[in-house]
Design a protein around this ligand. Sequence first.
Ligand code: SAM
Length: 247
Amino acid sequence: THFGNRQVALEEKQGLVNAVFHGVADRYDLMNDLMSGGVHRVWKDAMVANLAPPKKGTRPYRVLDMAGGTGDIAERIINASLGYAEVTVSDINSDMLRVGEERARSWRFGSQARFVEANAEELPFEDESFNAYTIAFGIRNVPRIDKALQEAHRVLKRGGRLLVLEFSQVDVPGLDRIYDMFSDRLIPPMGRVVTGDAQPYQYLVESIRKFPSPSAFTAMISAAGFKRVTHTPYSGNIAALFGAWKI
Ligand code: SAM
């Protein structure tokens, strides 16, 4: 059946994504720096500045950093809150989490992070248990984005924040062509040099091109029940931050 085929395609996609990140876990952060020229750090800092986690309060401030991989968003959030925020780093990939967990031992407030293996489409967390849900360069990899957004909405408390950082489609004339050339001719070979395999990086380039446009993605966030959705392009829309509230 048509539905059956679609199901298989989605399972295959998750299998491919898992293989990519199992293979690169140990060199993942190095690859990010090389491929973005370090700019991913600026985007991530901007995301955390936008979240502005509290530094003190009478109740705990709990963040779920989904597809949190090696934990660099979590470290930023915890540091920005001077150790007040409690961050659950969750990822479908045990290898990425293992690298993050080891790293967290040397963070300034490492005990504020916990690491939980989970699929963004089916979260093992209770309803209304987090103040914020962040996902950086992760939602593009999730086969059923609508399910992941519904789950984000479910686990957030009322008044909770959603922040999604993701690659976007460059919309600056001139830059778009340079970016396409860079994506096709440089990213896969760089992947081969650092990790020994170009294929995962070909996948990366394609997944960026297939991701919904900012207006389509904004509509998906609203459809999951979120309000006051915002879109902020970064670096000529190479990346974009989407923000929304559960009200
Ligand atoms: N957030 C980190 C960052 O910004 O550097 C890691 C992003 S990495 C590009 C994408 C992550 O998404 C990988 O660690 C991968 O294992 C995770 N992922 C892919 N599919 C997932 C799913 N269905 N549920 C949870 N995590 C998933």
